[in-house]
Design a protein around this ligand. Structure first.
Ligand code: HAS
Length: 547
């Protein structure tokens, strides 16, 4: 059933998603460069453009647009490759999804560029955007559901045709991520449609800010795992094949994905630990659940180390670290995602600090948090996406990854590592000194404090500029692989499971069970706090206190 190549028509659908993703990379990268320059205190934005407007462009375009488009394109391609070509109905639904997302993106982007939606990517009330911004974001979500529907339909079709068989691992992973995304986006869709849009249209006067932030973070934390899981797909399934090893354990990979489905949603309060209006007992419960969602990442780290070590030893590597030298360092398809994995070790440790209730008081709303997510999403995840593009784009366009582009890929990944070490390292350090996030230099408080942060701000600007060069290099690589690289066949690497491994248990495919537990956990973690927030809404709120 494993088709050799992704069908050309499915390839076009996936590539359409990648074009938008890489345009987003260009725009968002430029906005990022402007930000670090402004924060260095040595540069002012021209033509009256505001710092927060640029910051909104950066966050929305990279955090929401680049990721969602790349992920949907990758998942559609992976499902088509491992479960067979999409039917024309599935593909049509995918195209409708793509265009809905693209129209939504254009609407939201226009409003941001007109300075009508300078609300950052979290669009917290009482910051208010033009109604078209909210409508645009809603369309992006609805479009992603349609893309997801195509994946669910293909999975269902495969299961019907192969009764009693576990689904192909990559399809299974795409499906879990899609289901998690669908459950999570209900939160953001609710706050946008029930609260923010009517408020922006002037139909209601106020918004219950506690409820809207809680609905946002109900979505916001699984959002970060929606970014992470496609990278894990590549780490578990693609990387072993690229290096010539086997998938360490199919069952362990499935188990870790199921744990993400269960535990990534009822943990949003760890973004709200310093907010009033939520009983500390419920915050404590969600902190515990956050520590449970760390487990599948630890399982992933274990599995990856095992893959690398057993491969290196099979190639004759001996001693404690001899295996390390045997890894294919000259292959950008491996090395660039590997840099991402290495970055994810301190990134994850930082996440555990953030989640540790009391320690959160030290770092919350400081630029440490910005440092954290530039290591997680902007390094571990994004470098893996780049590594995937090195083979997936030529695979889909019928071209070859040449030696020259492979070398450029290695340079690109190394520049990213250097730039991010400066930028994210400085952000972590300045955060510990109390430097706030989301603040332009001129808007800082006391001059004395600012002096302490200056060296770190300069380090951020240096790192950010190196990252910008790396982005330009990546755009060059993408354009080359999409349009100019020599015609040929590039492999879509899908790892096989080690021979001695047992067949994955069918319980992993029991969606009634997993979605049932997911819903129960969500109800358990959120019902009482929500009732509290609505019943105890601030004075002045009338009627049903969502407003
Ligand atoms: Fe986070 C804030 C806690 C993971 C993204 N996070 C954010 C924000 C973003 C973000 C965007 O508890 C800011 C949101 C905003 O704008 O306000 N985060 C965690 C925890 C984890 C975590 C516990 N975050 C992520 C991932 C992200 C991401 C993944 C994106 C993709 N985060 C928080 C908290 C906050 C937060 C609080 C709120 C802070 C505040 O106060 O505002 C965990 O999931 C991390 C677990 C990870 C590990 C690492 C495993 C390592 C692996 C690599 C192995 C490497 C190998 C290579 C094998 C335990 C798998 C071999 C290497 C050799 C050297 C040989």
């Amino acid at each position: 059933m494993l088709s050799q190549k992704v069908d050309r028509r499915d390839g076009k659908l996936a590539m359409a998603h990648f074009y938008v993703a890489f345009i987003a990379l260009a725009i968002g990268g430029l906005a990022g460069l402007l930000q670090v320059l402004v924060r260095s205190g040595k540069f002012e934005l021209p033509a009256g453009i505001g710092y927060y407007q640029v910051l909104t462009v950066h966050g929305v375009v990279l955090g929401l647009v680049l990721t969602t488009f790349f992920i949907m394109g990758f998942q559609l391609a992976a499902t088509s490759k491992t479960s067979g070509t999409l039917t024309s109905k599935q593909r049509t639904i995918g195209w409708i999804g793509f265009w809905t997302m693209t129209i939504g993106t254009a609407l939201a982007a226009t409003m941001i560029l007109l300075n009508e939606a300078t609300v950052l990517y979290t669009f917290y009330a009482p910051l208010q955007a033009h109604a078209l911004y909210y409508i645009g974001l809603t369309l992006v979500i609805v479009g992603s559901w349609l893309d997801g529907a195509a994946i669910i339909m293909k999975y269902t079709e495969w299961r019907k045709a192969n009764p009693g068989q576990p689904s192909p691992l990559m399809t299974f992973m795409s499906l879990v991520n899609t289901l998690m995304w669908m459950v999570a986006t209900i939160g953001v869709a609710s706050t946008v449609l029930i609260q923010l849009l009517p408020w922006s249209l002037g139909l209601v006067e106020t918004v219950n800010v506690g409820v809207s932030r809680t609905l946002f973070w109900y979505f916001g934390h699984p959002l970060v795992y929606f970014w992470l899981l496609p990278a894990y797909m590549a780490w578990y399934v693609v990387i072993p094949k690229v290096i010539g090893a086997k998938v360490f354990s199919d069952s362990l990979a499935r188990m870790s994905f199921i744990l993400f489905l269960l535990f990534s949603i009822p943990v949003g309060f760890h973004h709200q630990l310093l907010e009033p209006g939520i009983d500390p007992a419920w915050k404590f419960l969600q902190v515990i659940l956050t520590f449970l969602v760390v487990i599948p990442s630890l399982m992933t780290a274990f599995s990856l180390f095992a893959t690398f070590e057993s491969f290196g030893r099979s190639k004759g590597g001996s001693g404690l670290f001899g295996w390390f030298k045997k890894l294919p360092w000259g292959d950008a398809r491996f090395t660039v995602p590997f840099i991402g994995m290495v970055a994810f070790i301190p990134a994850g440790a930082g996440g555990i600090v953030n989640a540790s209730h009391q320690m959160n008081q030290v770092v919350h709303n400081t630029i440490w948090v910005t440092g954290h997510f530039h290591l997680t999403v902007a390094t571990a995840v994004v470098l893996t996406f780049f590594g995937v593009s090195f083979w997936l784009v030529p695979h889909l366009t019928g071209r070859k990854l040449t030696k020259k582009i492979n070398k450029l890929g290695l340079i690109q990944g190394s520049l990213w590592a250097i730039g991010m070490t400066f930028m994210s390292g400085a952000m972590h350090a300045a955060g510990l000194l109390g430097a706030p996030r989301r603040s332009a230099y001129s808007e800082y408080g006391g001059a004395a404090q600012a002096i302490e942060w200056i060296p770190y701000q300069i380090a951020q600007a240096v790192g950010g500029s190196i990252l910008f060069i790396a982005i330009i290099l990546m755009l060059y690589i993408f354009i080359n692989l999409a349009f100019f690289a020599p015609k040929g066949e590039e492999e879509f690497p899908v790892g096989e499971v080690a021979h001695e491994a047992e067949k994955a248990p069918m319980v992993f495919e029991n969606w009634k069970l997993w979605l049932g537990i997911t819903v129960l956990l969500v109800l358990f973690a959120y019902t009482v706090p929500f009732i509290d927030m609505i019943q105890n809404a601030p004075p002045g709120a009338k009627g049903f206190k969502l407003w």
